[in-house]
Write a protein that binds this ligand. Sequence first.
Ligand SMILES: Cc1cc2nc3c(=O)[nH]c(=O)nc-3n(C[C@H](O)[C@H](O)[C@H](O)COP(=O)(O)O)c2cc1C
Length: 148
Amino acid sequence: MTNCRLIYRSTCTDKLMPNEDLRRLIEQSAESNRQHGITGMLVLSGDQFLQALEGPSEAVNALYARLIRDERHHDLRLISYEPIQESYFEDWGMSLVDLYDLPKPVRSILARKYPSKDGAVRIPERLHELYAFLLDAKFICLGRPWDK
Ligand SMILES: Cc1cc2nc3c(=O)[nH]c(=O)nc-3n(C[C@H](O)[C@H](O)[C@H](O)COP(=O)(O)O)c2cc1C
């Protein structure tokens, strides 16, 4: 079976309220993704989502079809879709990094590295920056020294 990585971005609608709804969405997604062998990462920057999904192509395609119909976000833009040998987010059903909710030192490092406005980190447009950005998000999740 072929594994793939799909990356897209989208804009949050006001149907998705912050915090509680988002937390529930992540919990449900993590559980469902685990059942389907999908791993991934969701980044939120203001009202912008960036999501990477990895796993068996059929499962990832079926999820993307559901995502397109989901009214909690809109303007989905497919950024990349490729076969993969190795996963970036192995062992992760789904994790969320909210860029507006990071400790200041972490935010300011990201703001220097990636496009930003008034200190707020924005999701990069260029593909090579996007990959670096997703991997930084992964290491932020792995570290999270402020949660310990
Ligand atoms: C930004 C965003 C990311 C999502 N990520 C996932 C995900 O990784 N896995 C998942 O199963 N559902 C995810 N969902 C929810 C799906 O769109 C969908 O509601 C869910 O798969 C259940 O589909 P169903 O109601 O057709 O069964 C996400 C929704 C949004 C708005």
